[in-house]
Design a protein around this ligand. Structure first.
Ligand code: SF4
Ligand code: SF4
Length: 419
């Protein structure tokens, strides 16, 4: 039975930390309004507290007297296969694991991490949506959810190097820094590769790409499977260790940054090397003068705004660097959306949601919140530092026939570097 697998995973993963978080929840419901899926739809089952409900029930029934008594008296039922099928939709269609909800919880509960635990149970029970699972399986079998095989990687990098005339060092032993792109950048936004290469080359960074650590995306992390998450992380770390680098730079991908920067440490031996995000590196280069940007390069009468990515800005803390860059490039025409920084609302396409076709209607409905925010500030261009957000924005701009431009931060930086 699927429910037995899920329950075993919930119970196995319910250590002291999970138990204390579940016990702390007063079921006040304040987290509901913080969730963009609930805000956009008003569906009660999309409230964060309800998404954790299966984990709470499993914990109560297994570890508490009251839970055992409730089941014995028939007041509560054991988690069933039908429950899993139902919750699979709440957890994968209607949650980007953005963790905005935890910011409003008066008890300080890390709701996103608990939802990730519920996803782990779903993965063990095999009730992950088919589209998402197909992408995971592709990453297991081919090394990439978007078809970035060895040959594709090599030919894309050669093409980018020729087309944009940028040096893209490959498998360079003795390099200090390994740069790992996401498959979204490789397949959908190749200009980002050229842009980031230009930034690194101008800064004089001793960097390399790796044919082994080809891409940073981690669909096992979206799925909730510890086994797959670890497998994909190991590929990156193996490539980094082989080249002997001191630093890994994650490019414009938020979830991948979360997986390798924080979660890796809870599931494996992480090699002793710095892990950072390209936005952090750009900030360092600007601060130290390793790159100089043309002041006011984007003050062209158009309005720019910045979309904060949940994993890079809210969780990663890279909040000031993009603003520092935008204030140099567009001192007169940069305006903040509201809410912003840690309190920004997710784009609605992260956490694997954009990969699930059946979630499209809800994903578009949720994006209407962003449409309102961007329109309120009157922006012509929305800038961001996550390619998954950029894919969601690009798709939604087309879906809603909006007249905004969508831009990657690295691209704007590369276009404005002084020689
Ligand atoms: S805001 Fe916190 S305490 Fe209140 S229901 Fe949500 S998780 Fe529970
Ligand atoms: S993590 Fe984000 S998407 Fe998921 S329930 Fe919380 S606010 Fe909603």
């Amino acid at each position: 039975m699927k429910s037995v697998e899920a329950m075993n995973t919930f119970v196995q993963d319910t250590g002291g930390w999970v138990a204390s978080q579940l016990e702390a929840c007063t079921r006040c419901g304040m987290c509901a309004e913080a969730c963009h899926f609930y805000q956009a739809s008003g569906v009660p089952e999309y409230a964060p507290v309800w998404k954790m409900e299966l984990l709470r029930r499993a914990y109560e029934q297994k570890f508490t007297l009251i839970g055992k008594v409730k089941v014995a008296l028939g007041v509560d039922k054991a988690v069933s296969d039908q429950d899993l099928e139902e919750w699979s939709k709440y957890l994968y269609y209607a949650c980007t694991v953005c963790n905005k909800c935890s910011m409003v919880c008066p008890m300080g509960i890390d709701i996103g991490s608990l939802i990730a635990e519920v996803r782990a149970g779903m993965a063990a029970a095999g009730v992950v949506p088919d589209d998402l699972m197909a992408a995971v399986n592709k990453q297991v079998e081919e090394g990439s959810p978007l078809g970035v095989t060895d040959d594709v990687f090599e030919s894309r990098m050669e093409w980018v190097a020729d087309e944009w005339e940028e040096d893209l060092p490959m498998d360079k032993k003795g390099a200090d820094t390994l740069v790992v792109f996401s498959s979204i950048e490789i397949m959908k936004f190749p200009t980002n590769i050229a842009a980031i290469a230009k930034i690194l080359n101008k800064a004089g960074e001793n960097w390399t790409l790796s044919s082994k650590a080809r891409e940073i995306v981690n669909f096992g992390f979206y799925e909730g499977s510890h086994e797959h998450t670890k497998m994909f992380l190991e590929r990156v770390f193996d490539g980094a260790k082989e080249l002997g680098v001191k630093k890994i730079v994650v490019t414009e991908c938020g979830h991948a940054y979360d997986a390798i920067r924080w979660h890796a440490h809870n599931m494996m031996d992480v090699p002793d090397m710095e892990i950072t995000h390209i936005v952090g590196l750009i900030g360092e280069y600007v601060d130290s003068g390793r790159i100089k940007l043309k002041a006011g390069a984007l003050d062209n009468g158009k309005t720019y705004t910045f979309h904060d990515a949940c994993k890079i800005q809210r969780k990663g803390g890279h909040i000031n660097e993009p603003r520092q860059v935008m204030k140099i490039l567009a001192p007169k025409s940069f305006k903040e959306m509201s809410p912003n920084r840690e309190e920004a609302i997710c784009c609605g396409g992260g956490g694997g949601v954009i990969a699930i076709k059946d979630a499209d209607a809800l994903r578009y409905q949720t994006f209407e919140l962003k449409v309102a925010q961007v329109n309120q500030v009157g922006a012509d261009t929305v800038v961001m530092s996550c390619s998954n957000c950029r894919l969601q924005y690009t798709d939604c701009v087309e879906h809603f026939n909006l007249d905004w431009k969508v831009a990657g931060l690295s691209q704007l930086v590369a276009d404005s570097i002084m020689d």
